[in-house]
Ligand binder design. Sequence first.
Ligand code: GDP
Length: 220
Amino acid sequence: MTNESPSFSSADIARGEALFKGPCVFAKGVTRIEDLPADGRPEVAFAGRSNVGKSSLINALTGQKALARVSVTPGRTRELNYFTLGKQGELYLVDMPGYGYARAAKSEIKGWTRLIRDYLRGRRELKRAFLLIDARHGIKPNDIETMKLLDEAAVSYQVVLTKADKPKATELADIQAKVEATLAKHPAAYPVVLTTSARTGSGLPELRAAVAASALGGAP
Ligand code: GDP
């Protein structure tokens, strides 16, 4: 499936490509709100259930094989992982901890929820959150919880379907329509869904363009 979106011009796509051609470097892992970077750089965040394909997508976007895993060493998976992106370090990519991990302890979930809530509520630098949803499964109850957090915090967010190479085209269209119907009920959600595959690379130029436009200006 192609991922043509009328909202992206070839100039938007080129800007996204140029941004992601620049270096992407791990900056820091944050577990406490007071440790968030304070340099005012704009940022975009990637959120999603664990196993949604977030690490694979970040690695595919940046063209680096193991970038998102660098920080995923034991004990560090509950952090907000900050990466600088671009020739001039124009923005931060924030890899949020995956949620919905079946074996997570209750106390851990509580800690995660508090960190995320505090982060989303007060973070002016956060220009858009990209909420990753597995194209085979669609939106799950804990995704709805995250969407509510984003709505309450009035953080603009956009759904990105992952692993689009897996479902058949008809199933994919069906999931996409269902997701868009759900988004219509969420005030902070951007209505256009992006469809991606880290494996085939489909939809990546559009997602790079969306990151560039939302962090650096010009987002629709
Ligand atoms: P994370 O927990 O969200 O960071 O997920 P990972 O990136 O570790 O991916 C979870 C699983 O999904 C791994 O087995 C990946 O190989 C697989 N996966 C990730 N992206 C894709 C994709 O685009 N297509 C397919 N078919 N599998 C994928």
